[in-house]
Structure formats: C-alpha cells, structure tokens
Design a protein around this ligand. Structure first.
Ligand code: ADP
Ligand code: MG
Length: 277
C-alpha cells in the first residue's frame, strides 16, 4: 500500500570511514526469551557506523538471536519476547509507530545458507527486495541499480551476460554474493551477516571477506563468525558472547579486534580466541 512506500535515499558521495554518517547501531540492555527460556541477559553493544563488528562465541550463546533482534526478525517467532532498546542513529527501532518495513529496509540481513530465489532470474533476485520494502523505481533506474549492486557484491563481471538466468544456477559463493547484492538494492545503512561464509569454500570465503571490507566504507556491518582468522581479517571490533551452563548468553568482553586477540582482558576470551573451547 502507499502508506508503506519509501523513497530510495540518494547516495552520499565522498564520505570517508571516519566521517560522521548514518548507520550507527546501539543495543541497550537487551534481554530475550523464547517462551520462558531466557537466552540473552542485558546485552549492551555499540556498533559504530562505518565499522565491521564481529560477534564471536560458542554455539548457542545467542549471537543469531541478538542479530535478529537488531532488525526485528526476532519478533517473527511467536514465542519470542525481548526487553531493552535498539537504537539506529539514536532512534529506537522498536518505538511505537515505527514501521517494520522501515527497520527492515535500513537494516539488511545475509544468512549462513545462501538463499536466493532459485527459479527467479539473477536480475529479479537483486530487485526482489524493492517491492517487499515498498521502494518504487523505474526500469532504467533498476537497470543501473542492478549493475551497481552486483558490482559492489563482486559478481557483476561474472553474470553481466546472463542476468536472465535463474539465481539457482550459480555456485554457492556466487549465490551468497547475489544475496549480498539483493540486500544492497534497498540501500541499507546496516548489513547483518550471520556466518555468511560457513557454507562456502575457502576461495569464495576470501572473496566475500574482500567484499565485506569494501562495503564497510558505506554500510555498517555486524557479522557473526566462528572463524577467528576471519574475525581478525574483516572486523574493526569484536564482541565475545558466552552462555555459561544453564544461564542466558551475554557479552564477556568487547573492544577493538586487535586488542581482543592480542591482549584479551578476560581469561575466557583468551581461551576462546586461542581455540581452547
Ligand atoms: P548462536 O547463534 O550463538 O548459536 P542462537 O541465538 O541461535 O545462538 O540460540 C540461542 C539460544 O536460543 C539457544 O539455546 C537456542 O536453542 C535458543 N533458540 C534459538 N532460536 C530459537 C527458537 N526459534 N525457539 C526456541 N529457542 C530458540
Ligand atoms: Mg547462530
């Protein structure tokens, strides 16, 4: 409906990573439950605009849940509840009256398993999110957008001559880059990535890592990874999540990536980043 229509914001040229710009995320005292099972306890984390923040920690400590809370996907689970606040540029994503589609458009998500629409063309996969989030575009504008987003995702040269072929015909790594292009089409300010490389081979993984570093110039990125080398290669800062036996997940330690790996403050962080559990 027209009430849900939003305009594509213009690209702002010439902004360096240090410049003040939109897309900063902050979680304040976020707790989360599935039914009466509490899975996150008072998580607070600043994810600055223009940086890559890596969420690390063992399975089951709530990293995916935290990521899904950031763009309001958590509430899709009927039993899910939460408390606390998520601020995007200082404004509560959960404020009453704030449109769900607005949060979803400004905060994109890429999943572990590449999930393009397999029967849909490469071209239509890239533009699929526009309609879903109510962005209106003309045909010529769409063509340019498809090229731009596939270029940013590092896929343009490989697919420019076969944009009408189905997304499902691409390799796993290409499908994941198609999903990144699809996310970029609505010009998000934040891109959430939940283990985006764990289903991919090492070469595809390295290419996605390069793409992540390039995208960080214009999009705030929060990435969950189990790969400690990857966390060091792509992230500016890290947050180490842990759920002690029978307790909800929380952040043990967070800070600049170099410090987290070279001089962790907490013994549990040191043990984890050195592969001891
Ligand atoms: P991680 O991504 O760190 O592996 P998750 O966020 O997936 O952790 O899970 C955190 C906890 O929440 C786990 O105990 C998991 O079993 C539980 N959980 C996750 N999703 C659901 C769900 N849809 N319903 C019930 N419990 C869930
Ligand atoms: Mg997970």
């Amino acid at each position: 409906s027209s009430a849900e229509t939003v305009e594509i914001p213009a690209v702002v040229e010439g902004q360096g990573r240090e410049a003040a710009r939109p897309g900063g995320l902050e979680a304040l005292a976020v707790s989360a439950w599935f039914g009466d099972h509490k899975v996150l306890q008072q998580v607070s984390l600043r994810m600055p605009a223009g940086e890559v923040t890596a969420l690390i920690g063992p399975s089951g400590c709530g990293k995916s849940t935290f990521l899904r809370i950031l763009n309001r996907m958590h509430e899709l689970v009927p039993s899910a509840t939460l408390s606390g606040e998520v601020l995007l540029d200082g404004e509560d994503v959960y404020a009453p009256g704030r449109r769900l589609t607005d949060a979803r458009r400004r905060i994109g998500m890429v999943f572990q398993k590449p999930n393009p629409f397999p029967a849909m063309s490469i071209y239509d996969n890239v533009t699929a999110g526009l309609k879903l989030t109510g962005v209106r575009t003309g045909r010529g504008e769409r063509d340019l957008l498809v090229e731009e987003c596939l270029t940013k995702a590092g896929l343009w040269k490989e697919v420019r001559d076969r944009l009408r072929q189905p997304g499902g015909a691409l390799s796993g790594g290409q499908q994941q880059r198609l999903c990144i292009a699809r996310s970029l089409a609505v010009r998000p300010q934040v891109l959430l990535m939940d283990e985006p490389c764990s289903a991919l081979d090492p070469t595809s993984t390295r290419r996605i890592e390069e793409t992540i570093r390039e995208l960080a110039d214009e999009v705030t990125i929060v990435i969950v990874t189990h790969n400690m080398q990857q966390a060091q290669r792509v992230s500016d800062r890290c947050a180490f999540f842990l759920a002690a036996q029978g307790t909800p997940g929380g952040i043990v330690e967070h800070g600049p990536t170099g410090a987290m790996f070279d001089a962790p403050q907490d013994q549990r962080t040191a043990d984890y980043v050195n592969g001891r559990f």
